[in-house]
Write a protein that binds this ligand. Sequence first.
Ligand code: COA
Length: 371
Amino acid sequence: MPYAQVAGWGMAVPSRVVTNNDLVEMGLETSEEWIETRTGIRQRRLLAPGEATSDLAVTAAQRALEVANVHPADLDLIIVATCTPDHPVPATASLVQDRIGAGRAGATDLNAACSGFVYALSLAAGQIESARVRQVLVIGADAVSIYLDWQDRETCILFGDGAGALLLQSSEEPGILSTSLGSDGSGASLLMVSAGGSRFPTNGDALRNGDNHLVMDGRQIFRLAAQMMGKAAEKAIEASGLTTEDVNLLIPHQANGRIIEAAAKKLGLPPEKVFANLAEYGNTTAASIPIALCEAIEEGRVKPGDNIVLTSFGAGLSWGSAVIRWGLPLPVEVSSWRRWRRRLGGRWSAFRSSLRKRGRRVRSFMDRKYN
Ligand code: COA
């Protein structure tokens, strides 16, 4: 049975930064301090006028392909986890497929709200493990800002827009060790945008009542998220045959700093084994886990052989967790770097430092592959 390995990663966020202070200045009845101490969020990125979810998804996808040195024409499947597609029809994944030039790939969207990326990763890994496909691009991309009521201080402070992507490849080495998915639709109304679908199409009444906005029972969601993110991770860790002691890094859904702390505590993981970047981006829904993973990689928090646990909770209600053994298969580009290294022998370090001076892209590529 082939395994599914992570071979590339990429992220994209809009350039428009909105700080807590900006929200106060917009007239929201809150304070910078309240938002930061109760959520851990300092700022978020929001779509600029004219920008859409697929714009972010395309950039994240292209970066993941570049890291893996894979041509888009070699992709078999693209899954975009999103609850904020560009249009109700067609799928955003098809727009991405066209724009990146993935002419051979199937493409579909998946909606499991904030758990969407872990769901997509699980389904993509299954496709590779059953040998139906060899290369799948899994993207989490969302712009929940489109659903926010900017007068509702409980919700609008929490969310940001963004996209993250992982390229999964068929491999002989284990990569995605296990996944665990769950849902409880009896809690659907706890986090919901009620209009815009077949039950309540968006019409004049819906707009007048504000039914096109995200509504949330913050306290209940807080309690359930803290509980279920920990439980889902425990299940996935058990299914992988590991124990929490074997976990090198937890990448939780970035909803609220206090939820992350509670989930880590339930798992008995110390803060240094937990990655959080919600201060910069807020909750980016399906994009939050891949964006956090990309930043953890860029910050050198991930090494080959590490066991990484992803865990998420969101509307549905839905939750999911995945355990990844980090071990990059060597793309062609890396093999050619290796040849250079052999050829240059003792002059390798001088060659590397001259390359380092040429810019961050080369530097981070070299660091990722060789340090
Ligand atoms: N600024 C100032 N005060 C605020 C506020 C804000 N932005 N939002 C809420 N408050 C007020 C409340 O109105 C309440 O006032 P009251 O006591 O006079 O009624 C008070 O703060 C405490 O409210 P509470 O709901 O207990 O606050 P909290 O500490 O639980 O924080 C959330 C509220 C929304 C931040 C928190 O419940 C949360 O993060 N929930 C989970 C949300 C989430 O992650 N959703 C997405 C899941 S994928």
